[in-house]
Design a protein. Structure first.
Length: 394
């Protein structure tokens, strides 16, 4: 009797283990089915060194800023038809450097509501719409959202114009945090809507330092291609990282003299104590404790505080201000923030690209920009895909 009980118990345990394994397998399958459509794994990375446009390709940009993305796409071979931007100083920068560009200085909601034809007559076929809208949460109420449910957000305006114009492709450049924003629900909603509009969508986190930029700057790139092209075998891709990294020492030399922010005397004396590549932990304990304030006792990283960069590395991500306490970016060998032109060099703008507005406005424009070389690399990957479409005679 005891032997039979043991056998029965063992069989029951086996059934329980088998059932648990089956449930686990089913759960994994469901997760894979759910995430497959928005998963970037397996998207080809191409060598962009020899990519050239087979014909003229055109682009329209939203949230254009001071032109980092537009200039990078231009260098990749794309012709800019129009740009939309609301900041008057950024618009002045665009017009200053490219008088031939059609700059639409307008609120994005008004621009989309009025329609592109009100601003540009006889608009040609647009091959690419690009831009980076702010990351905003949506209200779900436990249901799948459509485009109209996102009305009032910057994403809605981008998607609505995409729906109106139906370019062959689109590009969204956004912060890496969009991946995890609202536990991934924000990105999923965006991709659902892009697909509803008629696009096959891929995305990838890319780091500007891998594309000829002397800066560690991670961004999320979302690329879409119209589904009718995807069904015919057109595969979107991302740029393969370059073999060599560029350092600050290579880009911050012979920089034209320009205006720049300065440290207060007290802060300058503290940063004088930090060696190249160092940060607040290199300060004497008493000074570090006073400088850090309550942050000193919270422990953890905070390597951006009292940070001095070094010549043989890439800069940390530039912000809209060169001297913020939490994200310090001190010059490697001089105790000062980077000048405006040094900031622009780190963002890979050419020295001929002039910025309009006050000094603080210039820092803000540059800090918000997409690094030019980074944009060029992504642009060449897009040109590669547009060439596929061209080869099909579409």
């Amino acid at each position: 009797m005891q032997k039979q009980t043991i056998i029965t118990t063992q069989n029951s345990l086996k059934r329980t283990v088998k059932t648990s394994q089956e449930l686990l397998t089913q759960s994994i399958s469901k997760v894979n089915l759910t995430s497959k459509r928005v998963n970037s794994t397996g998207i080809p990375l191409i060598d962009t060194a020899k990519v050239k446009p087979l014909t003229k390709y055109s682009t329209m940009e939203l949230f254009a800023g001071c032109g980092g993305l537009a200039l990078g796409l231009e260098l990749a071979g794309l012709e800019t038809i129009a740009l939309n931007e609301i900041n008057k100083h950024a618009c002045a920068t665009l017009r200053k450097n490219r008088p031939e560009w059609h700059v639409i200085e307008e609120d994005i909601i008004t621009f989309v509501k009025n329609g592109i034809n009100q601003y540009i007559k006889n608009i040609p076929q647009i091959d690419l719409i690009s831009g980076g809208y702010p990351c905003q949460a949506f209200s779900y109420a436990g249901r799948r959202l459509g485009l109209e449910d996102t009305r009032g957000t910057m994403f809605y305006s981008y998607a609505e114009l995409l729906k109106q114009i139906k370019p062959k492709m689109f590009l969204v450049e956004n912060v890496k945090g969009l991946l995890t924003h609202d536990n991934g629900a924000t990105l999923k909603t965006m991709i659902d809507i892009f697909e509803d509009i008629g696009y096959h969508v891929v995305y990838q986190t890319l780091n500007a330092k891998n594309y000829g930029v002397a800066q560690k700057r991670e961004r999320l790139a979302i690329i879409g291609v119209r589904k009718e092209y995807y069904r015919k075998g057109v595969i979107p891709s991302f740029p393969k990282p370059y073999e060599r990294l560029v350092t600050l020492g290579e880009v911050i030399k012979d920089v034209p003299i320009s205006e720049g922010a300065k440290y207060p005397d007290k802060k300058r004396k503290i940063l004088d104590l930090v060696p190249p590549g160092g940060y607040w932990r290199d300060l004497p304990e008493k000074i570090a404790r006073e400088y850090m304030g309550v942050s000193y006792y919270s422990g953890g990283g905070r390597t951006g505080m009292a940070r001095r960069l070094s010549w043989d590395e890439q800069s940390l991500t530039l912000t809209c201000s060169p001297a913020q306490k939490q994200t310090e970016r001190c010059h490697p060998s001089e105790t000062r923030p980077f000048t405006v032109r040094e900031y622009a060099r780190i963002q890979s703008f050419p020295d001929t690209w002039e910025f309009e507005g006050s000094m603080n406005e210039k820092y803000k424009q540059i800090g918000n920009a997409v690094p030019v070389h980074f944009a060029t690399a992504i642009g060449l990957a897009i040109v590669h895909t547009l060439n596929q479409i061209h080869d099909l005679g579409l």
